[in-house]
Design a protein around this ligand. Structure first.
Ligand SMILES: *Cc1c(COP(=O)(O)O)cnc(C)c1O
Length: 395
């Protein structure tokens, strides 16, 4: 089975990990800081805080923005559940803004309409978590303008968008957001096995997130209460977590960062091969805006309305093509249904979900594998179960 995504590791990556295993520091050593510097340097952000997952990064991002009970956090329904769960960890309510069909990203018209209504009702969100679906950056400049007009914070869930560019700047620059979060899970663009990062240009948010990621404990005398008891002193000044990444993971992350641009270039090249082949077949690739470079974490397409996605999925899996569906809209999850969300809460997300299919894409895929997938998809499209049934009845 060709998987929908997989990591690309080479001997250099493996040596980087082994070297760290032989060094003095398995965690809280120089590799973590070097990983942070590599990512903040690439993105052009002032601060980067490496943690053990994007989920942890989203949690401390929300906490640092003082999300709590009585607050509302908005996000996109076409995402992994972590984009919404971070608000729930803080005791806040979650609400979903519908998407636009072309990209799967948050719909600016839906956002504006919802903001207007929320303003009238006095229920504006504290934070908007935008999701750069499949690696295509959202229209951040406009979203940022809304945040100034309506007074909410922006967290970019860029789990898919490491290596993406928007208006000539890397995603993670935080030009139009308070905090950007990356994931380094093996299916994502680069990997540290497990790992995540929170980037920000705010000294205050960075300090808070660092504290929250390590037990709420500080060794900085300036932050301690009263005189330190001695050189051994550390003070716990808030309730934090152990969300630290290890130096072993960070070493892999550093090594992978060196390959990021090559990976993204290769993903773009392969995605274009798919795009060209699907032209005229009724299969609709996601649109990438002209002011952006997608990192193509996922190659997701919308199938023609007439195609039975269930059947197409089954046929392709049976043929060894590891197709997937990203995502079941978050509000459909039993946990969110129990919070009162209707099973068809966002009409566009519903429509998108019914038609979407993720095809295999990863840097080590060969052009001939892409062509094989294309052939099988085109064949699966013409597979018409009604026609098969009719032909059976004819016999
Ligand atoms: C993968 C993913 C996450 C969670 O990343 P982890 O590093 O596995 O915690 C969050 N948001 C989105 C959109 C993701 O795809």
């Amino acid at each position: 089975m060709i998987p929908y995504g997989r990591q690309s590791l080479d001997d250099e990556d493996i040596e980087a990990v082994v070297d760290t295993l032989r060094s003095d520091f398995l965690t809280q050593g120089p590799k973590t800081e070097a990983f942070e510097n590599a990512v903040s340097g690439y993105c052009g952000a002032t601060h980067a805080i490496a943690v053990n997952s994007a989920t942890s990064a989203l949690h401390i991002a929300c906490l640092s923005l003082e999300v709590g009970q009585g607050d509302v956090v908005w996000t996109s329904p076409v995402s992994f559940v972590a984009s919404a769960n971070c608000a729930r960890y803080c005791g806040a309510r979650v609400d979903f803004v519908d998407i636009e069909m072309g990209s799967g990203n948050i719909c600016l018209r839906a956002l504006e309409a919802k903001l207007l209504a929320a303003e009238q009702a006095g229920k504006l969100p504290k934070v908007l978590v935008v999701v750069h679906f499949a690696g295509q950056p959202c229209a951040m400049e406009k979203i940022h303008a809304f945040s100034l007009r309506y007074g909410f914070h922006i967290v970019e869930d860029a789990a898919h968008a490491v290596g993406a560019y928007y208006q000539g700047r890397p995603t993670g620059s935080c030009q139009y957001s308070d905090i950007t979060v990356f994931s380094f899970h093996p299916v994502k663009v680069i990997t540290s096995a497990e790992g995540g990062m929170a980037l920000t240009n705010s000294d205050k948010l960075a300090a808070r997130m660092r504290l929250l990621a390590s037990h709420g404990v500080t060794r900085d005398p300036a932050l301690m209460q009263g005189e330190p008891e001695g050189e051994w002193a550390y003070h716990q000044i808030t309730l934090g977590f152990n969300y630290r990444i290890s130096d072993v993971h960070a070493a892999l992350g550093i090594s992978q960062m060196r390959k990021l641009d090559n990976f993204v270039a290769r993903r773009n090249e392969l995605a274009q091969r798919y795009d060209r082949a699907f032209d005229g077949t009724g299969v609709r690739p996601l649109q990438v805006a002209s002011d952006s470079r997608s990192s193509y974490h996922l190659y997701t397409v919308l199938l023609p309305e007439s195609v039975d996605r269930q059947e197409c999925f089954r046929v392709l899996r049976a043929e060894g093509v590891g197709v997937h569906v990203h995502y079941i809209p978050v509000y459909k999850q039993p946990y969110y249904r129990a919070l009162g969300f209707d099973a068809a809460y966002c009409p566009n997300a519903e429509h998108f979900y019914r038609r979407l299919l993720t095809l295999p894409l990863f840097p080590s895929m060969q052009a001939k594998e892409i062509d094989m997938v294309i052939d099988k998809v085109v064949q699966a499209l013409s597979y018409d179960p009604a026609a098969v049934q009719r032909s059976k009845e004819d016999c």
